[in-house]
Design a protein around this ligand. Structure first.
Ligand SMILES: [Mg+2]
Length: 119
């Protein structure tokens, strides 16, 4: 069954954090993480790129995602720019191997209503 997976952008799909249009356009991709997110997408998981970037950076962000071949369903720019996130479903994205291990072992399935809420 399809899972809804929220993927952070800055520091997860990019190396740096981006706060200006120029930074968004030239951000360094984290190829290993992009490859893994694309693998999940190709396995029919529902991928939401969830970022705290301001909405005025949407076009630059979409350009960067396209330029770097990131496959996703939705770009959600409503994330709160917090210093820390305390979340029972979070995985630290700094170690790609740990992310892959956790996501691949995490039980598939769950409440499909989550995904339908986005449509
Ligand atoms: Mg981040």
């Amino acid at each position: 069954m399809q899972r809804l997976i929220a993927v952070d952008l800055d520091g997860t799909l990019t190396v740096e954090s981006c706060w200006t249009e120029e930074e968004c356009l030239i951000a360094t991709p984290r190829k290993d993480m992009i490859d893994y997110v694309n693998k999940l997408y190709n396995e029919r998981e529902h991928i939401v790129i969830w970022t705290a970037r301001r909405d005025c950076l949407r076009h630059a962000t979409e350009y960067w995602l396209s330029k770097n071949g990131v496959h996703y369903h939705t770009l959600d720019m409503s994330k709160l720019p917090a210093h820390l996130y305390i979340d029972d479903k979070a995985i630290n994205s700094l170690d790609t191997k740990e992310v892959i291990k956790y996501v691949d072992q995490h039980e598939k399935g769950g409440d499909i209503k989550l995904i339908n809420m986005l449509r």
